[in-house]
Design a binder for this molecule. Structure first.
Ligand SMILES: C[S@@+](CC[C@H](N)C(=O)[O-])C[C@H]1O[C@@H](n2cnc3c(N)ncnc32)[C@H](O)[C@@H]1O
Length: 224
């Protein structure tokens, strides 16, 4: 196993590729998924029109939420300029987006967000921070709230020369430890947990550089 990769270098990587509008093996420039769009389309009037997108990246989920009528707080550790450039003066929906440059773990959830999205970001946080963030989100949920999370578990990363890599401070969930954490935090919510295999290839070697089991969580607070 090589020395752990620093979280600072992971953060710098995203700031650079997003600033340059580049795509990556993980398909950063992809549009919001059909699964997410279907969820968005099914949300009714009992859900507050406020949303939080943690780790928004190139902004696909933030934009989908704003277009659907949500006022979106968009949080990422990268500067906000690429998102502001992308939305430009696209009209009313663009004015519903409020970007914030900050770490997800430092963002204080002190309001009732109707929808919270965290896609492909929470695995970079410590378990303690993931669970504190979600617990606080649940504690502030008042209406028929929805949380949509996609989180990598059981991750294996390899360098171009095939050595195992890990990132300092990452959550390191197994599917089982993640499931247990989610079931504890979302007690009393309707919970859908879906699992899929995920792999990314190194474009230089053609070999898998990232393999994981992706957990998709759709949590609905219908008891409100
Ligand atoms: C794989 S991208 C996912 C982007 C977007 N959610 C999507 O699925 O299209 C990960 C994003 O999380 C951000 N990120 C990583 N760690 C973070 C942290 N601790 N706090 C806030 N943003 C973070 C990165 O800057 C990057 O934009």
């Amino acid at each position: 196993m090589k020395q752990p990769v620093s979280m600072a270098s992971v953060h710098a990587f995203y700031a650079d590729v997003i600033r340059r509008g580049r795509n990556t093996a993980e398909n950063l420039q992809a549009a919001a998924s059909e699964r997410f769009n279907n969820l968005l389309g099914s949300i009714g009037d009992a859900t507050p029109r406020t949303a939080l997108d943690l780790g928004y990246g190139a902004g696909a989920y933030t934009i989908a939420l704003a277009r659907a009528g949500f006022h979106v707080v968009a949080v990422d550790q990268i500067p906000s300029d690429p998102l502001l450039r992308r939305i430009g003066d696209a009209g009313t929906w663009a004015r519903r987006i409020e970007p914030r440059q900050c770490l997800a773990e430092d963002f204080i959830i002190d309001q009732d967000f109707g929808v919270i999205v965290a896609k492909d970001v929470l695995h970079y946080l410590t378990r303690l921070n993931v669970e504190a963030l979600l617990t606080s989100a649940v504690a502030h949920a008042r209406g028929e709230n929805y949380h949509y999370l996609e989180v990598f578990t059981g991750i294996t990363r390899r360098s171009a020369d095939g050595q195992l890599l890990r990132i300092e401070g990452e959550a390191g969930y197994t599917p089982e430890s993640f499931r247990r954490g989610i079931e504890r935090i979302y007690k009393g919510w309707d919970l859908t947990l879906l699992w899929s295999q995920h792999a990314e290839q190194d474009s230089r070697t053609g070999l898998n550089c990232f393999e994981a089991i992706r957990a998709t969580v759709i949590a609905a607070n219908r008891a409100a």
